[in-house]
Design a protein around this ligand. Structure first.
Ligand SMILES: [Zn+2]
Length: 73
């Protein structure tokens, strides 16, 4: 077993995503536009439930091709 479905873990890199889902404060991800192509990389079971972390969004925006390759390693 692992904790892939943990809401606090990024579904792409499996690092903490810093999401504020369970906080009274609004999550930073509400003010960030996540590219649809990046969302498409997230397993359907996690899509719309688990936040992608900010580093993954930044990496994708910088170089989508390299980011996708890095996920497949
Ligand atoms: Zn991530």
């Amino acid at each position: 077993m692992n904790n892939e479905s943990d809401e606090t873990t990024c579904p792409l890199c499996h690092q903490g995503n810093g999401c504020m889902t369970h906080s009274k404060e609004s999550c930073w991800c509400n003010s960030v536009t996540v590219p649809q192509d990046l969302l498409d990389l997230v397993a359907e079971a996690h899509r719309g439930r688990v936040c992608i972390c900010r580093p993954c969004i930044d990496k994708f925006n910088n170089n989508p091709v390299e980011f996708v390759v890095s996920l497949q390693k």
